[in-house]
Design a protein around this ligand. Structure first.
Ligand SMILES: [Fe+2]
Length: 272
């Protein structure tokens, strides 16, 4: 798509033995603010001004593209992303949280309608909640671990939006890791280990779950992801900056930048 709004990063997740090529679009941190006839004046005003300066500041501090084309509303940004998805027909759009800037009726209605329309036309979306959102949003994302099968691997959606995961998630993930089917995890908050800490610590501990965190579930989660042979990659967001790093040798973490400023990860999952 010829549109100055977007900037793309190509990412490959190589899983030895996978025969097909599976293409995904990864978008994160859309921070959608919508308003409609039911919104209060205050909500309308807030929606118009949301993130105008914030997204530019993030882009500038990261040295990422930002110009006039990125100065559009969060709803206009999402409309462009849907057009892009219609054109590229990915296996799924992966939305890794802060999809909405906060839970608000106009935004919820807008996002839900647009995603359901996309699904009606045969498109697939997989969402996880971010720290700006409620952990559950009926039919759109869930606080519970969800599994999406792509025959040769699975995408496992995990709610880590509060910098931790619940017991049930750990138990389910542990059990999935015994099935012998490769797993790609999508979540909101990045994981930090010895191998990638130097790339993340600029952001401060609010922005990642460190393998040395005091929270025992957080620690177990990072350790499981790091050590399980079945988990092959992590896809997440939260930083508003693109970073690709390794959680352990060869296990990549793709941290998408801000979708509201045109950042799109094109992800291909393939064999060697
Ligand atoms: Fe965010």
């Amino acid at each position: 798509m010829n549109d100055d709004f977007f900037w793309f990063v190509n990412n490959r997740i190589v899983i030895p033995g996978v025969k097909g090529e599976y293409r995904f679009i990864h978008i994160t941190d859309l921070h959608i603010h919508a308003w409609d006839e039911m919104s209060t004046e205050e909500e309308k005003e807030r929606a118009k001004n949301a993130w105008v300066e914030g997204k530019e500041n993030f882009a500038k501090s990261s040295g990422e593209p930002f110009g006039e084309s990125q100065k559009i509303s969060t709803v206009e940004a999402f409309e462009k992303i849907l057009l892009l998805a219609n054109e590229l027909s990915p296996k799924a759009i992966l939305l890794t949280g802060d999809n909405l800037d906060h839970m608000h009726p106009a935004g919820e209605k807008y996002l839900k309608n647009r995603l359901l329309e996309y699904a009606k036309k045969g498109g697939k979306y997989i969402c996880v909640p971010g720290n700006h959102e409620a952990p559950d949003f009926d039919g759109i994302w869930s606080s519970e671990l969800q599994v999406f099968d792509f025959k040769e691997f699975r995408i496992v959606a995990i709610n880590d939006s509060e910098k931790t995961v619940d017991e049930e998630t750990l138990i389910k993930l542990e059990s999935l890791c015994k099935d012998g089917i490769p797993i790609i995890i999508i979540c909101h908050i990045p994981l930090s280990t010895e191998l990638c800490r130097s790339k993340l610590e600029y952001a401060g501990p609010y922005f990642y779950i460190d393998e040395k965190t005091d929270d025992s579930n957080g620690r177990k989660f990072v350790s499981l992801v790091k050590n399980s042979e079945e988990i092959r990659a992590v896809i997440c967001g939260h930083l508003h900056r693109y970073i690709k790093c390794e959680i352990s040798d060869g296990k990549i973490q793709i941290i998408g930048s801000q979708g509201m400023a045109g950042a799109v990860d094109l992800i291909t999952v393939c064999g060697e």
